[in-house]
Design a protein around this ligand. Structure first.
Ligand code: AMP
Length: 384
């Protein structure tokens, strides 16, 4: 018999997304190697960890030789690192797609080209730009870094024009390095996301729309399939497909959307598996993690249909008591194996149910036992 060589997936970034990718890769017979500069990167508990910086080209050279394909758990990998690797090994999504999604200005410009409206926005490089943009866009508005922002970081909310000084003190120093963007604040009715996947052969699928609630810019709760979306599902799928084709995208990505006046507006695109798709592990026929692995390795994609209703809530800072989740029916506990730290995503739970009534009962019961009624309240109200 010939010796069988198992495929090896390389991941830049060794956080919880890499960890869940590695866990999904294993049943496919795929080995995972992750690169992270932290010796305690949590994906290292379930995959082989290479401790190296993004600019350690000797380590990256050795990494590239050991893997069949490279992907990301983190969108802010420097463009030079992605390009350098792409000259040596297959990299998906391609560095160009990563570069667009790394820059809020390029991303929103592309959204508009693809027919997806966005909040009004203007690029800001100087304090005078900010004054000009505020007089056009008005307040309330949000000043954001164009690059390197995530989970509400690198953002300043301006309630009125009088907040311009404070906004510039907070983010002005980053204007030259990362660029800034001023966006109109959207009084949205709902926040939705569509998780999509495109294979190397162009096969394209989306999971059902997810409804999301954020606290201080960080995802707190997701409900899927989002109730009563009507034609928004078809519209979101069409927009995600157009974007994916424009970027010749391969892999999973998330498109974060606001619903305002019944219309979709594009907030941002995450060029990777996404927190609002964690429910797919137990709640869909194929998870976002498995389909990402399949896509980047050129394997057939799996069915993205939902099994029923799912609600996912995040553990931020530290884990609560696991017992109320572990002892509930069809509830699933995820501990990322990270040390507690203020504002850090350390785990999540997903609760599955056959219908809205059952979900309200299960979710309500778990949240009550954990003293988290407030966190799940919006989903319970949406389903009620
Ligand atoms: P972001 O990092 O841009 O996804 O922002 C995090 C969260 O802040 C979003 O999911 C929204 O809840 C909120 N947010 C961001 N931009 C806007 C906006 N232009 N209008 C209203 N809310 C926003």
């Amino acid at each position: 018999m010939t010796v069988r060589r198992q495929p090896v997936l390389g991941i830049l970034g060794g956080g919880q997304l890499a960890r869940m990718l590695a866990l999904a890769a294993a049943p496919l017979g795929v080995k995972t190697l992750v690169v992270d500069s932290a010796t305690d990167a949590c994906a290292g508990q379930v995959a082989t960890l290479v401790v190296a910086d993004w600019t350690d080209y000797a380590a990256l050279e050795a990494f590239a030789r050991q893997v069949d394909v490279v992907t990301f758990d983190f969108e802010n990998v420097p463009a030079e690192t992605a390009h350098w690797l792409a000259q040596r090994v297959a990299v998906f999504p391609a560095p160009r797609a990563l570069a667009v999604a790394q820059d809020r200005l390029a991303e929103k410009t592309l959204f508009r080209e693809c027919g997806l409206g966005t909040p009004d926005f203007m690029a800001i490089d100087t304090r005078a730009d900010l004054d000009r943009a505020l007089s056009t866009i008005g307040a309330p508005a949000i000043l954001k870094t164009r690059r390197l922002g995530y989970d509400g970081k690198g953002q300043f909310r301006l309630r009125s024009l009088a907040d311009a000084d404070a906004a510039w003190v907070a983010l002005g120093p980053q204007a030259s390095a990362h660029g800034l963007i001023l966006e109109a604040f959207v009084p949205f009715e709902r926040e939705l996301s569509v998780i999509a996947v495109r294979g190397r052969d162009g096969d394209f699928r989306t999971w059902p729309l997810t409804q999301n609630w954020h606290t201080d810019g960080v995802l707190s709760l997701s409900l899927a399939p989002a109730p009563d979306v009507g034609s928004l599902q078809e519209r979101a799928t069409h927009l995600a497909r157009t974007l994916a084709e424009q970027l010749d995208y391969v892999g999973v990505f998330a498109l974060e959307l606001f619903v305002k006046g019944g219309e979709l507006l594009g907030n941002e695109m995450a060029p990777r598996v996404h927190n609002s798709g964690h429910w797919t592990i137990e709640g869909a026929l194929t998870s976002q993690f498995e389909n990402h692995v399949r896509a980047v390795l050129g394997l057939p994609l799996g069915d993205t249909a939902a099994r029923g209703l799912s609600a996912m809530f995040n553990w931020i800072g530290e884990l609560p008591d696991a017992a109320p989740v572990l002892s509930a029916v069809d509830a699933h506990w995820h501990d990322y194996g990270k040390q507690p730290r203020l504002g850090r995503k350390v785990g999540h739970a997903t609760v599955c149910a056959a219908n809205a009534e059952q979900m309200v009962e299960r979710l309500g019961g778990i949240a009550h036992a954990l003293g988290r009624d407030q966190q799940v309240g919006p989903a319970v109200r949406e389903l009620g």
